[in-house]
Ligand binder design. Structure first.
Ligand code: ADP
Length: 164
């Protein structure tokens, strides 16, 4: 059974992530969407909120599982019997960081492969931070995130009083 892991902060999930998930699930038997618990990005949405948004966005995808993890990705992969990491690449600016991560993980566990998928051109400009910035400033996020999570994202900023 080919088990792949798609790691990220998903703060929040966007249609760019969703596109990678849809394409990756065609190539593996199971895709674990793995949400980073601790990371330097200081997430706006709590872990529970990020998982809830993912659950809503991915509810009709039987091959997809949602998990959270802390610590080393390779340890999580071993625990889950996963063979490959899938990542999306948007611009050259993603490359340097992703190359370093892929080589570090290869060094930790030579059995694990990191695979890259080029962004869908329609989402090449899209990032979670762009969605957060739009939501915070009252911009339109239609078509950038799954419809079922749009209101939750906008409400989060209304609740914090951050919408300008
Ligand atoms: P972001 O970089 O938007 O904050 P994450 O840290 O959650 O998102 O990224 C998880 C993975 O998804 C990374 O491999 C990232 O390159 C990829 N990704 C994010 N947005 C896109 C997009 N628009 N197209 C393709 N891949 C993407």
């Amino acid at each position: 059974m080919k088990i792949w892991v798609y790691p990220g902060s998903f703060d929040p999930i966007t249609n760019g992530h969703l596109d990678i998930i849809d394409r990756a699930t065609k190539l593996c038997d199971k895709l674990i969407v793995a949400v980073l618990v601790n990371h330097s990005k200081n997430p706006v949405f709590t872990l529970d909120e990020r998982v809830e948004l993912l659950k809503c966005a991915l509810k009709d995808k039987p091959k997809v599982e949602i998990e959270s993890f802390s610590g080393l990705l390779v340890d999580f992969m071993k625990k889950k019997n996963a063979s490959s990491i899938i990542k999306g690449l948007r611009a050259v600016s993603d490359f340097e960081y992703e190359l370093q991560m892929a080589l570090l993980n290869k060094n930790l566990d030579p059995e694990i492969e990191t695979m890259f998928m080029m962004t869908n051109i329609n989402y090449s400009f899209l990032s979670s931070s762009a969605v957060r910035e739009l939501a915070k400033n009252g911009g339109n996020i239609d078509g950038l995130v799954p419809d079922c999570i749009k209101e939750t994202i906008l409400t989060k900023y209304k609740a914090t009083g951050e919408v300008k």
